[in-house]
Design a protein around this ligand. Structure first.
Ligand code: PMP
Length: 357
């Protein structure tokens, strides 16, 4: 730390992103990226946009907003696009939390939430997941907090139903409820249809997972016009051109090819069920994930050991050294071939561990 770093950030512990190794080619199953490239329509659109990079991008992201509004059945001014969904989540912590209205989220969830709270200098409280790692929706009823819930939750992949989400939104009429739907397209129910019924619901989404654009950084929020206006105030106070022109064009290209996205989501969901079945046959215990990853532990083999042995074999998964979940690994769903390589490696690791016991 330099002697100039402001005291206000001295105690800030930043988020640790998953490994993005460049030194060797891994089968990368650690950061929930799509195994498929973006649609050719997105790639072409981005290349065309590159020819006009001397100009600033459209700060209103009109073309994107219109295309997304069409898809979601909302108005363009009920959407705000950002530089990844991390940015809109950060905006939401800044806009809707303060000393009188602390944030609340589960103890086991997306690791960025406490960082956003600390960065924005707002208090927060965590509510433990139940023993089976599910969220108890009623624990979020009417506590006077801004509620933040990933649905499906990460890293468990376990979803709440739209009805359960509606219960939370209804029970907090004077507080914003943020539903982070980064993984919703792989088999959970979106809460977007509820935004016309409740003025306290903000739903966030990303093009990083189901739409294969993690490297382009594109996320969005959907909510009533007043909530979106508040978030726009923060955006225009920090970075009006937060979405670059190539990403914007690629995003419009992706939305013009929804069949492609739907097919990829279907394939990922099939590969998830295939992988889950094979893992259970090997003795793994899994949560009921509806996301593009599984969350698995083996009763006889330590979670950290599995992570390291896979890495030695060129396969990266995500292991969290966090109490309650340190026996688990979160494994992103890749192509069928990648999953077969993973399963073969795990069979070896489990067998060699047994012979060592
Ligand atoms: N929410 C959750 C639950 C996530 O796992 C992620 C991905 N790390 C994000 C939001 C942010 O994704 P992005 O900024 O790439 O849109």
């Amino acid at each position: 730390m330099s002697r100039f770093f402001s005291d206000k950030f001295a105690a800030l512990t930043p988020y640790t992103p998953g490994e993005q190794p460049r030194e060797r080619r891994y089968i990368k199953l650690n950061t929930n990226e799509s195994p498929f490239p973006p649609s050719p329509r997105a790639v072409e659109a981005a290349a065309e946009a590159a020819e006009r990079l001397q100009l600033y991008s459209d700060p209103t992201a009109r073309a994107l907003n219109e295309a997304m509004a069409d898809l979601l059945g909302v108005e363009p001014d009920e959407i705000l696009f950002t530089n990844g969904s991390d940015e809109i989540l950060n905006f939401a912590f800044g806009a809707f939390c303060d000393d009188t209205c602390p944030a609340v989220f589960p103890d086991i969830t997306y690791g960025f939430y406490p960082v956003f709270a600390e960065y924005n200098r707002v208090p927060y409280k965590v509510i433990p997941l139940k023993d089976d790692l599910t969220i108890d929706p009623t624990a979020y009823y009417g506590g006077g907090h801004t509620v933040v819930i990933a649905n499906p939750n990460a890293p468990t992949g376990i979803p709440l139903s739209r009805c359960e989400i509606e219960g939370i939104v209804k029970a907090n009429p004077d507080n914003v409820v943020v539903i982070d739907e980064a993984y919703v397209d792989f088999g959970a129910e979106s809460a977007v249809p509820l935004i016309h019924k409740y003025d306290n619901l903000l739903v966030t989404g990303t093009f990083s997972k189901s739409r294969s654009m993690a490297g382009a950084r594109l996320g969005f929020g959907v909510g009533c016009k007043a909530l979106i206006q508040d978030l726009n105030t923060i955006k225009y106070a920090t970075n009006p051109y937060n979405v670059n022109a190539m990403t914007m064009a690629a995003g419009v290209g992706m939305l013009a090819d929804e069949e492609y996205t739907k097919n990829n989501c279907r394939t990922v969901a099939e590969n998830r069920e295939y992988t889950a079945k094979a893992l259970r046959a090997m003795g793994f215990v899994l949560t009921d994930s509806r996301a593009n990853f599984v969350f698995a532990r083996h009763p006889q083999t330590d979670g950290g050991t599995i992570y390291r042995r896979l890495k030695e074999r060129g396969i990266l998964v995500r292991h969290f050294d966090t109490p309650r979940i340190d026996q688990f690994n979160r494994i992103t769903i890749g192509t069928r071939e990648e999953m077969d390589t993973l399963l073969a490696a795990l069979r070896e690791i489990i067998a060699s561990n047994k012979s060592e016991l």
